[in-house]
Design a protein around this ligand. Structure first.
Ligand code: S5P
Length: 452
């Protein structure tokens, strides 16, 4: 396998990124300038690049490759030669004679085409290319990009449901060059400040409705969750983190009409038993909600499989949904099979969490690829095909004394476009849990309608 870092260092020597003072098209003075075209002058690097780009696509089905003109054309060609996947060529302008076709090459309607781009900034030019390729009847799902300038383009495309695979972000590049002493500390600070201050192109993409989201779902559990949400007009998941099974059953009975699911931590319950599961399932069937075990698996696949199927809790026997970290890589998630809905932990709600942007984006990429993953726990927007579950929701508290940080339903719907709010202490610690469940149900639904 080609080493990404070594590849970058060799490319740097070719002059693909320069530091100094450059006036950009917009008139802004930038401390760096990126131009990936020199890569085509090194067959060795171009071939390495094609292998790195193809590695990001190893689990994606595609029948055609298309480079965005002009810089990505040699890259797409190299990928095609390496993978033996046919290339099509997109014109910049259509010919005003002959066929007037925008795409050249042999293809048939409905084929899946991966797009290749050198640098993404705002994402606008890629959107135009996607539109033209889709107009010809081809399907675009995956886009590979060598460098993300971190100006909102990646997020724009993800919000529209595309899988965006980027080899480097500009910050990655700066960090690697700094670690190899090509940049000194003060230059790095200057560049990072520039990146921070520079306005990101913001696009206001409205959140999808549950009806629209339903159409994007393939998994029976995600469909069921959304159907319950629509029929009961609720997006509330109650997290009943209490010790006694009797208390959980009593609460389930009181609040069952107002929720889509009950989330449990089976290992908190002191008297967990098969009978408890039997009784809870009975209430779930009558009141129409799902059971969600918040196990947060975080081990190698083999161990997770044993934890999932065995032990005291036999989670696979009764849970409709489970949470899992993605820390052990995608194969560790396959062990849950296809029946249960897996919700990955992409980002945590607690202060000082290690789930930074880099981790989150990798976790989301893996989650998008897995057919048994229906969504993620996170505190920010996700690509719309994934369902977003947001814990740390409370109408009165803003934090607890152990690192938890709370938001209101309105905030998580408007800022993160969440799909389901998870409320624990706000409900089970309330004097009147039923009344509070109704309040969270109503606030959650109001926030959803307002932000559609
Ligand atoms: O990042 C997270 C992920 C989860 S699943 N932050 C969380 O708080 N959770 C869980 O959501 C947590 O384990 C608890 O069960 C629930 C939040 O409970 P509350 O009492 O803080 O509302």
């Amino acid at each position: 396998m080609i080493n990404k870092e070594k590849f970058l260092l060799k490319s740097y020597e070719l002059g693909i990124i320069k530091f100094g003072e450059f006036t950009l098209k917009s008139g802004i003075l930038s401390p760096f300038y990126v131009d990936l075209r020199p890569l085509a002058s090194s067959p060795e690097l171009l071939s390495e690049l094609s292998q790195l780009l193809l590695a990001m696509l190893k689990d994606c089905r595609h029948e055609l490759i298309c480079g965005v003109p002009y810089a990505a054309l040699p890259m797409a060609t190299a990928m095609s030669l390496e993978s033996k996947v046919p290339l099509i060529i997109k014109r910049k302008e259509s010919k005003n004679y002959g066929t007037k076709k925008m795409l050249e090459g042999i293809f048939t309607e409905g084929q899946r085409c991966v797009l290749v781009e050198d640098v993404i900034t705002s994402g606008k030019s890629l959107l135009e290319t996607i539109e033209e390729v889709e107009k010809e009847g081809l399907k675009v799902k995956d886009i590979v990009i060598v460098l993300d300038r971190q100006q909102g383009g990646k997020e724009l495309l993800e919000n529209k449901g595309y899988n965006v695979h980027t080899l480097f972000s500009i910050e990655n590049v700066i960090d690697i060059l700094y670690n190899h002493e090509f940049l000194n500390h003060s230059k790095v600070i200057k560049i990072k400040n520039f990146l921070k201050e520079r306005p990101t192109v913001q696009f206001s993409v409205p959140r999808l409705t549950y009806e629209e989201k339903l159409k994007l779902q393939n998994h029976p559990i995600s469909k069921k969750l959304i159907e319950i949400a629509l029929s009961k007009k609720t997006n509330l998941i109650a997290s009943l983190d209490t010790y006694k099974s009797e208390e959980i059953l009593k609460l389930a009975d009181q609040i069952g009409d107002f929720i889509v699911a009950i989330k449990l931590h089976a290992d908190i319950i002191t008297d967990f038993s098969e009978n408890f599961v039997y009784e809870l399932k009975k209430i779930a069937a009558i009141k129409n909600f799902l059971l969600f075990e918040d196990r947060k698996f975080g081990d190698i696949g083999n161990t997770q499989q044993m934890q999932f199927n065995g032990g005291v809790y036999k989670i696979s026997d009764w849970a409709d949904l489970v949470t899992s970290h993605v820390i052990a890589g995608e194969e560790s998630l396959q062990v849950f099979g296809e029946e249960i809905g897996v919700v990955t932990i992409a980002e945590m709600s607690s202060k000082g969490t290690l789930t930074d942007e880099n981790y989150k984006s990798k976790a989301i990429n893996i989650s998008s690829k897995m057919s048994n993953v229906i969504g993620c726990v996170a505190q920010s927007k996700l690509p719309p095909s994934l369902l977003l579950f947001t814990p740390g929701v409370n109408l009165t508290e803003s934090e607890d004394s152990k690192g938890q940080q709370f938001n209101t339903p309105e905030k998580v719907f408007s800022d993160y476009h969440t799909d389901f709010i998870i409320v624990g202490r706000g409900i089970y610690r309330a004097k009147n849990p039923e009344q509070e469940a109704i309040r969270y149900k109503e606030e959650g639904w109001k926030a959803y309608l307002k932000n559609c």
